[in-house]
Design a protein around this ligand. Structure first.
Ligand code: PGA
Length: 477
């Protein structure tokens, strides 16, 4: 098409005149910039290409980063982890072999994105998230998204979501809220990691994390202040009680003192909350990650010890007794993954006791089919949403809706060794999750999400509502 034909087709002289008139009406301080902005908006955004590259995640392992180009701007996103099959193989391997497997998986994903995905998305409107996600899904028909890898698909989908928000000239959380079909004003309660154990630390503590939930804060900013003050008091207490080498940090930035029981860890955290002066305003949560120490049908609470006492090889019913005691002795309000990923029976038994929130991580794998079963059998009462297990923004929104429809809690979660992309912060607000879990107030890949939530709260101003005591029941309607 010649320029003349283009000008006529798009009625450009009329649009230029409208832009000039608008600048006059607006008394624009800089008419050139105003008219340029006006004209820019007049051209609809279309995706012009998608480029991927390998970057490093928080573990120093290869991850996929995507740049989605439109005719107006470039939007960047990344997601942790490798493709499903390679990810599993990498998990089974160790050290440099693991890194090589991940690097191969990421290199494959980069190739597919640069060729097939880019070709499929060129020409699409970035505001049409569902259509874009469908086009991505159509390219990967393999079970569990093994061909492209859910993480690679997610990076493309997030980049498109950012482009859609930019085109609408609204913040990302607002665009996500529009996709969900609600208004975005609720800031989540942060589940802040303070102690690491399990596979995330070299100490003898079997469970993966102890977290604090500042439900009594008046807003998100105060919640983070209460959380980080408590974190620093905890450091002092650990120093006093366990010595300076106990202040090393684990995978999510929580301290990894050399303790071996859950109650030892909870005692340290309760002491820190008291010293910080937040008694009653901060509740506790644990991520047991029990799949990691399930042996046969039993749970080896000494799975990291070389010298086993034999006293700590527990049945699932023993574990229920332990959890019940912990809930009565501590302000423990949430237990994540209390049993093996396929132990539906005992998870249900614990949930039915109604002691606290029971959150499904490995149990659900953010998989709609598993969530459906857990809802109908009442196997748990909260979803841990790991978007890179789902694959696309549209599917992540769908599983949040599924959980909300069942009146479950929703914990939007990072991955260990996440990238510095802060998308899940916007997702937690846009989807009104009520809870976000993204590590300690330490380590860049954790802070980037918390800091984004601080910005969102500032931007929302008086419209922003901190979920606070309603952390389990924020509604999406
Ligand atoms: P991941 O879990 O190690 O599977 O990423 C992180 C978490 O559950 O907090």
């Amino acid at each position: 098409m010649s320029v003349q034909e283009y000008l006529e087709k798009h009625l450009l002289s009329r649009r230029i005149e409208e832009a000039v008139n608008a600048a006059v009406r607006a008394k624009a301080p800089d008419p050139v910039l105003f008219i340029a902005g006006h004209m820019r908006r007049a051209a609809p955004a279309v995706i012009t290409r998608v480029r991927a590259r390998q970057i490093l995640d928080g573990h120093g392992a290869p991850a996929v980063e995507v740049e989605l180009h439109t005719n107006k701007a470039v939007h960047r996103a990344s997601a942790a982890g490798a493709g499903a099959l390679e990810g599993a193989a990498a998990d089974a391997a160790g050290g440099s072999e693991r890194r090589k497997i991940l690097a191969r998986a990421v290199a494959d994903a980069v190739r597919v994105i640069n060729d097939k995905v880019s070709e499929a998305l060129v020409g699409m409107d970035p505001q049409q998230q569902a259509q874009i996600d469908q086009a991505i899904m159509d390219l990967d028909k393999a079970r569990h998204k093994a061909e492209l890898g859910a993480n690679a698909m997610l990076a493309v989908s997030i980049a498109a979501c950012k482009a859609g928000a930019a085109e609408k000239e609204v913040p990302l959380y607002k665009h996500i809220a529009d996709l969900v079909g609600k208004s975005a004003t609720t800031l989540p309660v942060p589940a802040i990691t303070v102690i690491n154990g399990g596979k995330h630390a070299g100490n003898a503590l079997p469970i993966q994390e102890i977290m604090i939930l500042p439900v009594g804060a008046k807003n998100f900013e105060e919640a983070m202040q209460m959380g980080s003050e408590t974190y620093h008091h905890l450091k002092d207490i650990i120093l006093e009680k366990c010595g300076s080498d106990s202040c090393n940090i684990g995978d999510h930035g929580g301290f990894a003192p050399n303790i071996s029981s859950i109650s030892e860890g909870l005692d340290l955290v309760v002491a820190a909350i008291e010293r910080a002066g937040y008694n009653g305003r901060i509740k506790l949560a644990i991520d047991v990650a029990a799949t990691d120490f399930c042996v046969g049908k039993k749970y080896d609470l000494e799975f990291k010890s070389t010298k086993k006492s034999g006293q700590n090889f527990k049945t699932a019913d023993d574990m229920i007794v332990i959890y019940s005691q912990l809930c009565s002795e501590y302000p423990l309000v949430s237990i994540e993954q209390p049993f093996d990923k396929d132990d539906w029976e005992h998870s249900k038994k614990l949930t039915t006791l109604d002691l606290c929130q029971v959150a499904g991580d490995d149990l659900l794998m953010s998989d709609p089919e598993r969530i459906k079963r857990a809802v109908s059998e009442y196997t748990c009462n909260a979803l841990v949403l790991k978007a890179n297990q789902v694959g696309t923004v549209t599917e992540a929104i769908e599983v949040v809706k599924q959980a909300k429809d069942a009146h479950w809690g929703v914990v939007v979660s990072h991955r260990s060794g996440d990238t510095e992309d802060s998308f899940i912060a916007d997702l937690a607000v846009g989807a009104a999750a009520g809870q976000i879990k993204t590590g300690a107030p330490c380590r860049g890949e954790c802070l980037t999400k918390y800091n984004q939530l601080l910005r969102i709260e500032e931007e929302l101003g008086s419209e922003g509502v901190y979920a606070g005591e309603n952390w389990r029941t924020v509604s999406t309607s």
